[in-house]
Design a protein around this ligand. Sequence first.
Ligand SMILES: Cc1cc2nc3c(=O)[nH]c(=O)nc-3n(C[C@H](O)[C@H](O)[C@H](O)COP(=O)(O)O)c2cc1C
Ligand code: SF4
Ligand code: SF4
Length: 230
Amino acid sequence: MTPNIGDMSKPAIASIEGGATGLATINTIKSITGIDLDHMTALPVINGKSSVSGYSGKAVKPIALRFIHELASHSQLKNVPISGIGGIETWEDCIEFILLGSSNLQVTTSIMQYGYRIVEDMISGVSHFMEEKGFDKLEDMVGIAVNNVIPAEDLDRSFVIYPEFDTDACVGCGRCYISCYDGGHQAIKWNEEDRKPELIKDNCVGCHLCGHVCPIQAISMGKLEYKEID
Ligand SMILES: Cc1cc2nc3c(=O)[nH]c(=O)nc-3n(C[C@H](O)[C@H](O)[C@H](O)COP(=O)(O)O)c2cc1C
Ligand code: SF4
Ligand code: SF4
C-alpha cells in the first residue's frame, strides 16, 4: 500500500474486495530529500537534473506505524493479515509493528545499510522479549496495542504530571528554560546566578518538552495532580 495518500483504508478495502488475502504497508514516501546548493537542483543530481524519489528507512517508521494502525483498527479489515514495513531496524521496532497489528514484517533499507545479519539480532531480541513477557507465540502479541490508540479528544485530560528537576545532576545548560519559554508555556524560571531551572507550577501544562530536550535526563516525571473541575 502506498503511503502517498491521506486515507489508506479505502484502497485497502478495495484490494480485499478485489481478492487480496493480505496487505503490505508501507511503500516509500514521495519526497525531495534536499537541494544541491551548487547545482541548484534536487538530490541526487543526475546531469544537472533530479526527480521526486522515494523516502524509506528509519525516518518513515512513525508514518508506517500510523498507517498500520489505521488498517488494523478498521472495522472492514478485521482479520486481514498485515505485513508491516517501513523503517524497521531493531528488535524493538519489530515488536512495535507487531503490537500495532502486523503479523509479519519486511525490511529493506536497514538490510541495505547493515546487511542480513541484523535479522538474527531481531529474532534474538524478539525471542527474549517474548520470554520476559510470557508470550508463547508471536500471534499472541499481534495487535495488542491497537485499541490503546484512541482519538485525541477521548484522552484523559483530568490530570497533570509536573516535571521534576534533579538540580544536583543539572549541568546548567538552560535548554529546558529556552524550550519552555520559546516553544512552551513560560513555566520555568531561570536562576541566572546558580544556572538552575525552577518550575512555575501555575504555568505548567505537563507537556514534558523540557524533559525531552534535557541532554542529561535530569528532568523526570514528578507529581501527578488532578485538575480542579469548575
Ligand atoms: C532500493 C529500493 C527498491 C525498492 N523497490 C521496490 C519495488 O520494486 N516494489 C515495491 O513495492 N517496493 C519497493 N521498495 C519499497 C520497500 O519494499 C519498502 O516498502 C520501503 O523501502 C519501506 O521499508 P524500509 O524502510 O524497510 O526500506 C523499494 C525500496 C528501496 C529502498
Ligand atoms: S512540562 Fe512543559 S510547560 Fe511544564 S515546565 Fe516542562 S516544558 Fe514547560
Ligand atoms: S536541560 Fe537539563 S541540564 Fe540543562 S538546565 Fe535544564 S535540567 Fe539542567
